[in-house]
Ligand binder design. Structure first.
Ligand code: 5AD
Ligand code: SF4
Length: 451
């Protein structure tokens, strides 16, 4: 690559707006991009109309998410017609999969880059504002973890996401992640500890460790490392109050991890353990490498060892070949586990995945009906579990003002339940004792009894 010109005053004054679609991983990537750009002297704006560059960080996990990113890009076409100086960038998992084909589909896009090219962003922007047209940058196979922690612009001052690993080796047959995020690679424990130490020193109370499958953290690392040992080390960090993590693959949930959740006081009493289907036949076709019986056994061990632990999961309805009977089995497992919360999705056909080539795809209407039934069942369970919590007294970490009702504060229990309450801003960032006064389907209301 030619030597880049020094960043000019002209490009420094440019404002960037980042629009993020999809999961926490994407949100955190956007925080990384924002931090990096700010460090390099660019400014960020949360007013799209005032931006010189609008960056769309896309998600490819389901078709709907992908379409949302493209339809947002489509809206920007008109903005660009009115203001030809505006630049439009497109990145994230959809960009990684489609690469320069996106230029053909959306001719008004100026900048395209992949999930592994975040650290190149400041250089790409300098080139863009020095007149280069149609910049496109993709790295295919990551050699190691990208540099994460140095410059990150976090919105919250209380809780922070921390990436501990990237990519995935599991190739579940429906999932596009291994194709767009590459193979699994873990970040060094010392690096993670350093980032969390810094966060705790600057007043952060909670971290959520991010990875597609945190349970296989450290595999193949030299010197060897594993997730339970990482939790034990993080548990020692002064000032930090809570440690959460997502996502756990049931096949890799070890006894050591269960004991770490039990023994590390800062590790919260909550686990997100995606089931995906309650039918062994479907699980097999999904390539999940566990049976319903093994899953239920792990749930019972978790509940025995960590009484009161809350459990959430993911379910896919209408995987190719899923029969009515398979689906009924999923409902049975949901009844049996009684999840504190479920993310449920209609199966979405993703290019490249092996499920896409399987026979017997389920009609959209059947998938929708199944999803509806599942959600009705889960809503009932959520309401029941939440109403059992009324009158209990629990520590709640106050995170800030509620988005739904800005006159109220909002926080979470260790079990990850949202509690809204009256209070003054002085308690933001503190853990206070709260009496639960009322329950809703997805959250709780309470009053502070002790600060
Ligand atoms: N269709 C529907 N849901 C999917 N997920 C992943 N891939 C697909 C797909 N092709 C869901 C899984 C996963 C969650 C993050 O998204 O349930 O756990
Ligand atoms: Fe996708 Fe399966 Fe990897 Fe999760 S474990 S990211 S569902 S391939």
């Amino acid at each position: 690559m030619s030597k880049l010109p020094q960043i000019s005053r002209y490009s420094k004054s440019k404002k960037i707006y980042i629009h993020t679609f999809g999961c926490q991983m994407n949100e955190h990537d956007s925080e990384q991009m924002a931090g990096l750009l700010e460090f390099e002297g660019f400014s960020l704006t949360d007013e799209m109309e005032k931006a010189d560059l609008i960056l769309i960080n896309s998600c490819a996990i389901r078709k709907k998410a992908e379409e949302k990113a493209f339809s947002e890009a489509g809206r920007l076409k008109e903005l660009k017609r009115l203001n030809p100086d505006i630049r439009i960038g497109f990145c994230g998992c959809v960009a990684q999969r489609e690469k320069e084909k996106i230029f053909k589909r959306a001719t008004y896009i100026d900048l395209l880059f992949g999930t592994l090219n975040i650290s190149d962003l400041p250089d790409m922007l300098k080139r863009l504002w020095h007149g280069e047209k149609k910049i496109c940058q993709f790295l295919d196979e990551p050699v190691s973890m990208k540099n994460h922690s140095n410059h990150c612009l976090r919105l919250s001052k209380i809780k922070a996401w921390v990436t501990i690993m990237e990519g995935c080796n599991n190739f579940c047959s429906y999932c596009v992640v291994p194709y767009v995020r590459g193979r699994e690679r873990s970040r060094s424990p010392d690096d993670i500890i350093e980032e969390v130490n810094l966060l705790a020193k600057s007043g952060y109370k909670e971290v959520t460790l991010l990875g597609q499958n945190v349970n296989s953290y450290g595999k193949g690392m030299n010197p060897p490392s594993d997730f339970p040992s990482l939790l034990h080390r993080l548990n020692e960090i002064e000032g930090l109050e809570r440690i959460r993590f997502v996502t756990s693959h049931p096949k890799d949930l070890s006894m050591d991890l269960v004991f770490a959740i039990r023994d590390c006081k800062k590790v919260c009493d909550h686990i997100h353990l995606p089931l995906q289907s309650g039918s062994n036949a479907v699980l097999k076709k999904m390539g999940r490498c566990y049976t319903v019986e093994e899953y239920l056994y792990k749930v019972s061990v978790l509940r025995d060892c960590v009484p009161g632990i809350s459990l959430t999961g993911d379910i896919i309805c209408g995987f190719p070949g899923e029969t009515d009977r398979d689906f009924e089995k999923t409902l049975d497992v949901i009844e049996c586990v009684r999840y504190d919360g479920l993310f449920s999705f209609k199966y979405s056909d993703r290019p490249q995945t092996s499920a896409s080539k399987m026979p017997d795809h389920i009609p959209e209407i059947v998938k929708a009906e199944r999803l509806q039934r599942l959600q009705t069942l889960q809503n009932r369970i959520c309401s029941e579990i939440n109403s059992e919590m009324v009158d209990s007294e629990l520590p709640v970490l106050i995170e800030g003002y509620s988005k739904m009702n800005p006159r109220k504060l909002t926080g979470r229990t260790r079990t990850n339940k949202v509690v809204n309450l009256e209070g003054t801003k002085e308690i933001i960032g503190r853990t206070v004792m709260v009496k639960i006064t009322c329950s809703k389907k997805f959250n709780l209301e309470g009053e502070v009894i002790q600060t």
